[in-house]
Design a protein around this ligand. Structure first.
Ligand SMILES: [Zn+2]
Length: 326
């Protein structure tokens, strides 16, 4: 049986809105809230996720945003990159252009502003993403091979830019979000990696739920049961890859700085499930990148989550549990 590669992707970023005037929180406070996720119960952000991945022997892909270096220099980015590499996980490139608004007159981007990378013409996208990549590498990361735009706000020119910069993969396309920021011209049926502008576009995961709707495979938005049945269905239909999305800060309620217990248990449950499932492996772009689909007409449907997803074997299991109280 072909193995399904599951990519647990984590957008790992300082908050640009917390850095906003008139009363910005400082760099260490921003780290505590947005990256480490410090709560009275201990850190629930990046260190917690790295520890859970290690405990259950799973791989993760961390898309790190180097743009805050415009304001604080490279050291705060090193603080993010180092623990990920130490844990043996994958660092790739993320970019929130909102940070350009905070850039001082001595930076190469003075006067340049835009919420999303797609807001800039091709030449400016090249200049911004070249700087972002160099900064991520200056902070200790290996040369990135994959990119995700902040807010998923990429377009066709972003893919041309990545091709120019020799970054082979983009994962900004969101088939399950129809009114989002992404302007990559692909249809919602595109749920497996395809070649576009010389780059392999890896759509963020989506599932079809019991009501027939497509839902974004974000760890905050799906229950553990939904994630599990979608992953089992992906395996049983021999889906080559499935991308889950999360953020460094989402296990924490950032305003109250308290633990979001439900989401916290869900991430641990996901790691445990993936450890115990056969025919599924968690993968990274560095060691085990997604394979592109060669024949777009053979695009498989997204995994189904719900009562019909997992077939008779599981129905039998449920019956036996009901009757025998397992
Ligand atoms: Zn982001």
């Amino acid at each position: 049986m072909a193995m399904t590669a599951v990519y647990i992707t984590v957008d790992t970023e300082y908050s640009s809105s917390l850095a906003n005037r008139p009363c910005p929180v400082d760099r260490s406070e921003n780290f505590a809230r947005s990256i480490a996720g410090i709560t009275p119960e201990g850190p629930l952000g990046l260190p917690h996720k790295l520890a859970l991945l290690k405990e259950y022997g799973q791989r993760g892909v961390f898309f790190v945003d180097p743009m805050p270096a415009l304001v604080w220099g490279t050291a705060p980015i090193e603080d993010v990159v180092a623990p990920i590499l130490e844990a043996g996980q994958d660092v790739q490139l993320h970019c929130h252009t909102e940070w350009l608004a905070h850039a001082g007159p001595d930076t190469p981007f003075a006067g340049l502003e835009g919420r999303n990378i797609k807001d800039f013409p091709f030449e400016e996208q090249c200049r911004i993403l070249d700087w972002a990549r160099e900064t991520l590498m200056a902070a200790g990361a290996p040369k990135p091979s994959a990119f995700r735009a902040g807010n998923y706000g990429a377009n066709r020119d972003t893919l041309r830019t990545l091709n120019e910069l020799d970054i082979g993969f983009d994962t900004s396309f969101t088939p399950a979000i129809s009114n989002g920021h992404c302007d990559i011209p692909l249809g919602r049926e595109t749920t497996q990696p395809v070649l576009m502008e010389g780059v392999i576009e890896v759509p963020t995961g989506c599932i079809r739920d019991a009501t027939g709707n497509l839902r974004h495979a974000q760890i905050t938005a799906l229950s553990l049961r939904e994630m599990t049945s979608a992953i089992v269905h992906a395996r049983e239909t021999a889906l080559p890859s499935f991308t889950l999305v999360s953020h460094s800060f989402e296990l924490v309620n950032r305003r109250r700085m308290s633990a979001n217990r439900i989401v916290r248990n869900r991430f641990e449950g996901l790691c445990r499930t993936l450890k115990n499932l056969r025919g599924v492996r968690t993968a990274t772009y560095r060691d085990d990148p997604p394979l592109r689909l060669y024949d777009r007409d053979a695009m498989p449907p997204p995994p189904i989550s719900g009562p019909f997803a997992t077939g008779m074997r599981y129905a039998e299991q449920a019956v036996s549990n009901t009757f025998y109280g397992a």
